[in-house]
Design a protein around this ligand. Structure first.
Ligand code: TXA
Ligand code: MG
Length: 307
């Protein structure tokens, strides 16, 4: 098992066919066993070994693979993944990551890697080897970290469920809905990823077990859509009009840059003992802004619930 970079966030990778490796991932992350893992492969062709992917789906996927798109597909009978990878579901989530180091590892292994984000379950994702090391500083089990530099995207992959008609987006991510829509047409539904009572969630969202769990929680309480800091708070700005701030997600107001900086800056502010909270300026809800606001919303809820 090894922590390694992808273009979205760092992952904690283990052979998806090896039950001991998969068990170790769940143990180290303290991840609930009901939450399945994404299977990472070197190519779309390799994805077909594990997932039942019709040609039409493969053609659509190839517009974005390698890249930050995860497809939920029927699990293929035959060569076996460790059962814990799919948490007993009849579907499997597959992705072809683009990061050259991850690609090199996958090609050398000739095997699929189960890789959740490299952070203790429920906490901030990590976009640098340094943040992974910090996040697991107290972990009794040792593992190596491959340093591939900072992640280019900064938020996790977009997850699309292809087993529903029409397809449904289960997680907002690095691949924006505008881009998906422009390439695929409007043939999928996008449930509002609100954080209300899970019982009221549209069925599509309930099908992605991880989306219902406590998520992305910094140590400090977090407020979003803030116009400025309260006493003691760090202020995470966005754009040129944020005024004085502790850090700015993107001084020029670029959403791609903000996504790239999001987790790194939250880690940095969270580790500063001088702050008693983090206030975040409004971030527009377009393009990568959807994923940014989704992560912030979940972080607010998680810290409010855990304080
Ligand atoms: O960008 C990413 O996707 C990163 C990098 C490392 O690849 N990985 C990542 O993994 O974000 P993780 O485990 O933090 O999030 C995976 C999400 C979880 O919410 C999980 O519930 C969902 O994918 N998932 C996995 N298999 C699924 C399935 N068969 N059906 C529905 N959701 C699934
Ligand atoms: Mg995660």
């Amino acid at each position: 098992m090894v922590a390694l970079p992808t273009e979205t966030v760092y992952g904690l990778g283990g052979l998806a066919t090896l039950p001991e490796a998969v068990e170790k991932i769940f143990r180290i992350k303290n991840r609930p066993s009901v939450n399945p893992l994404i299977v990472h492969v070197a190519s779309a062709g390799e994805a077909q070994i594990w997932a039942g992917i019709p040609d039409e789906t493969l053609a659509r996927a190839s517009a974005f693979w390698p890249g930050p798109l995860t497809l939920v597909c029927p699990l293929r009978a035959g060569p076996a993944l460790a059962p814990a990878v799919t948490a007993g579901l009849s579907t499997v989530a597959v992705r072809v990551p683009a990061h050259p180091l991850m690609q090199a590892v996958l090609k050398a292994l000739h095997a699929p890697l189960a890789a959740p984000s490299a952070n203790p379950s429920g906490t901030l994702s990590c976009t640098s080897a340094h943040d992974v090391a910090e996040a697991f500083a107290g972990c009794p089990e040792e593992f190596r970290i491959l340093d591939g530099g900072p992640c280019a995207e900064g938020v996790e992959s977009t997850i699309v469920d292809t087993t529903t008609t029409p397809w449904s987006v289960l997680r907002w991510g690095a691949l924006s809905l505008e881009t998906l829509q422009a390439t695929w047409g409007g043939r999928f539904v996008v449930p509002d990823p609100g954080l209300e009572n899970p019982a009221e969630h549209p069925p599509a969202l309930v099908r992605s077990p991880g989306q219902l769990l406590r998520h992305y929680a910094p140590r400090l309480p977090l407020r979003m859509n803030a116009t400025g800091p309260r006493p003691g708070e760090a202020f995470l700005g966005f754009g040129p009009s944020s005024g004085p701030c502790t850090l700015n997600l993107s001084p020029s107001g670029t959403l791609e840059e903000a996504a790239r900086n999001l987790f790194a800056m939250l880690h940095q502010l969270d580790q500063n003992p001088e702050h008693n909270g983090i206030a975040v300026a409004p971030v527009p809800c377009t393009g990568p802004g959807h994923a940014i606001n989704d992560r912030l919303k979940r972080a607010c809820t998680a810290t409010a619930g855990s304080s």
